[in-house]
Ligand binder design. Structure first.
Ligand SMILES: Nc1ncnc2c1ncn2[C@@H]1O[C@H](COP(=O)(O)OP(=O)(O)OP(=O)(O)O)[C@@H](O)[C@H]1O
Length: 681
């Protein structure tokens, strides 16, 4: 039975159930087939009737959406209770809101399934899924699916398919994408596909985002016809031959790691590549061929030279290892006996330098720099530096290390960072290292070891916003005034916006936004740190560790979304305005109705205009700025909206924050404390 006709009968209705979804065209094809029936001869008509009847008596006919999804779930292998919300007790969709994890809803119908990073395996049962008439997007990235590529053309109306980072393997048939005219985005990167890139991709009229990197595709690239690409990547495969004309304007990185590709943005093809069979007459070839004896002699010389080189390299490496081990041992003992570093500093026992100094033999303790504009140093230099513990966060501890050569660095150790393997870790961290923005603390270097990772950045003199807001009195510092708080909010929003532009593939591009991860430089310009780490953090620990996993959408639906950082931004702004520490507040609120800072603010403010009682009492000069502070408070509350659909998106939040006026002429970033002036209340 041809699979394209294998639909429940009602699906062949001339009008789609939800015309406002991008489904019009997808349903146009069956409609066209039915209207042309009148011209079909009687035998064909009879066969089609049998076909329609067989469809009608298909046992799966008439399943409801929840039944379809539960049937689909039964073919998956799920190790944990990741899909525990998939039960008969609630419908998958309530309007645009999903009640089941990983389901994307629009007006009560399912338009997407997004089950990423859940350790899923088993079978992706498309035969069952094709009964969902409005399904347009499938994402099963970062799971453990294996075997051949599922027969995607069973769902001819799909617009986006994301299957990267699984264990799919084998060849993909050349016609695998025939009958998928709506497909715009296809991500199959980081799998184990072999054979040729399927030719049917080259003619898909709407395709504009294709990611096939890090597979084992071989042979030539098909002649892609598409003119508009948003993204194209076939890097790190085994492709060869000239790059087709339609792709010559792509970045070189789209093709790198394929030894045999040439032309376009890569170096020109040699004549031999364009014409693989050299045009040599038999006489010529005889003339050019070295005799058998000469070949053997040349081979013997080459092998001899190679052997000598290998032996020399081994000797040199051994000597170097011995030398570096003796340096390591001596610097560790220097460090431990160094006056001025007390046990209470925890440096000699727990510092990353110490633990790395004691690393296994042969485990080369080498820092990798992600920037070219920095003076290089190594772990040995960190060992020799005077160190001080800055604090212990959710992941481990952070250390300040003043290098003998001058720079002062911060080393943060991460233990729960094994979500990805070495190569993916390095690739991601390097991508973070390319980011450049005045409101981002640049990453300088990293260290990778299976059980421990270090991220190294500059020390920022004024420390964190958390300390400036809540610890200033203990440090004898004045409180932050309104202009400096507003400047910090604007800088944080700008840094976040930049992150979203540069890391479009990371679902919550910061993921861990909180006041201890906002550092203040000499001019109190905020610099975000600990950003972009969600893809690296072990998923089983993420809930406990990362701010993004404490958002309402995660606690209710197990989802982190593009708007999760907006929620964190809202909480951060409320912290800046109220002077209340959100996590303390959470503890206070335990067992009561107060769930978070936003709930508290809402309960204080009610339906009234916010009054000064909600603002930090240390905010002076507020009489003139109160209007601006109220505006900012309202923006913060709109960012903290529990319903993701109603929550501001980052662009709206950013625009509204930028509209708030700074007061001229106040360059003093600290204000005296309110009680000194008696101005508040
Ligand atoms: N580059 C830096 N310069 C100055 N202070 C820093 C720097 N990086 C971190 N800190 C400060 O050091 C302290 C410890 O930081 P760390 O990142 O280990 O924990 P945290 O931010 O409190 O929590 P988490 O581990 O959840 O991020 C925090 O007060 C933080 O603000």
């Amino acid at each position: 039975m041809p699979s394209k006709f294998h639909h429940p009968f009602w699906k062949l209705s001339p009008y789609p159930k939800h015309c406002s979804l991008p489904s019009k065209g997808a349903h146009a094809a069956p409609t066209a087939r039915l209207t042309s029936m009148a011209m079909i001869n009687p035998t064909t008509l009879f066969l089609m009737l049998v076909l329609v009847l067989s469809i009608h008596f298909d046992p799966s006919h008439g399943l409801s959406d929840p039944e379809i999804l539960l049937k689909f779930k039964s073919s998956l292998s799920v190790n944990n209770n990741a899909l525990s919300t998939w039960t008969n007790q609630t419908p998958p969709c309530d309007g645009n809101k999903a009640k089941w994890v990983g389901i994307l809803c629009y007006k009560g119908s399912i338009w997407g399934i997004k089950l990423e990073r859940l350790g899923l395996g088993g079978t992706i049962d498309l035969e069952t899924l094709k009964q969902l008439p409005n399904l347009r997007t499938l994402s099963f990235m970062h799971n453990n699916f294996e075997g051949p590529l599922p027969e995607l053309s069973k769902l001819g109306a799909l617009k986006a398919v994301y299957l990267s980072d699984n264990k799919f393997s084998g060849e993909i048939p050349g016609d695998a994408f025939e009958g998928m005219p709506w497909l715009k985005k296809l991500h199959l990167a980081k799998n184990e596909f072999t054979g040729a890139i399927p030719a049917s991709l080259a003619t898909l009229p709407k395709l504009l985002d294709l990611k096939l990197q890090e597979n084992q595709f071989n042979g030539k690239l098909p002649e892609f016809q598409q003119k508009q690409w948003r993204s194209f990547n076939v890097s790190n495969n085994q492709l060869e031959g000239p790059i087709p004309a339609a792709l010559t304007k792509m970045e070189t990185t789209s093709f790198s790691g394929n030894r045999g590709l040439c032309g376009g943005p890569l170096s020109a093809c040699s004549p031999a590549t364009s014409s693989p069979i050299p045009d040599v007459t038999p006489a010529d070839s005889d003339h050019k061929k070295p005799s058998g004896i000469v070949t053997i002699v040349i081979l013997a010389i080459v092998v001899g030279v190679a052997l000598a080189a290998i032996i020399a390299a081994i000797v040199i490496l051994r000597r170097r290892n011995q030398a570096s081990q003796s340096i390591e041992t001596s610097s560790i003992s220097n460090h431990q006996t160094k006056p001025g570093i007390k046990d209470s500093d925890q440096v000699s026992q727990g510092s990353p330098a110490h633990s790395l100094g004691g690393s296994k033999k042969g485990d080369k303790a080498k820092l990798s720099f992600v920037r070219d504009d920095r003076v290089r140093f190594d772990l040995q230099d960190l060992l020799k530096a005077s160190a001080e513990i800055l604090g212990s966060g959710c992941f481990g501890s952070s250390y300040k290390a003043a290098l003998l050569t001058g720079p002062v660095m911060v080393v943060k150790r991460f233990k729960q960072m094994n979500n990805v393997g070495r190569e993916e870790f390095q690739e991601h961290v390097r991508r973070l290292g390319w980011l450049r923005h005045p409101n981002l603390l640049p990453l300088v270097a990293y260290y990778y070891r299976k059980e421990e990772k270090l991220l190294i950045s500059d020390h920022v003199e004024h420390g964190s916003l958390a300390v400036s807001l809540h610890g200033h009195q203990a440090l004898g510092r004045p409180s932050l005034n309104w202009p400096s708080r507003l400047k910090i909010v604007k800088g944080v929003a700008r840094g976040l916006t930049y992150l979203y532009k540069e890391l479009p593939g990371v679902i919550a591009a910061h993921g861990h936004l909180k006041s201890s991860n906002v550092l203040l430089n000499n001019s109190f310009e905020p610099q975000l740190t600990d950003y972009g780490l969600i893809p690296l953090i072990n998923q089983e620990n993420a809930q406990e560790l990362m701010v993004a996993y404490k958002s309402p959408e995660y606690s209710r639906y197990g989802r982190v979304t593009k708007k999760t950082d907006v929620w964190s931004l809202g909480i951060l702004i409320l912290e800046i305005l109220t002077g209340k520490f959100p996590s303390n507040f959470l503890q206070q609120g335990k067992g009561s109705d107060q769930e978070d800072l936003a709930t508290w603010v809402t309960s204080v403010v009610g339906d009234q205009e916010p009054t000064s009682e909600v603002f930090d009492k240390d905010l002076v000069g507020s009489k003139t700025s109160e209007g601006e502070m109220i505006k900012l408070l309202k923006i913060a509350l709109a960012c903290c909206e529990g319903d993701v659909e109603k929550r501001l998106d980052l662009k709206e939040a950013m625009e509204r924050i930028e509209e708030i006026k700074e007061r001229d002429g106040d360059n003093d970033f600290f204000s005296s404390s309110a009680s000194d002036h008696g101005e508040i209340h």
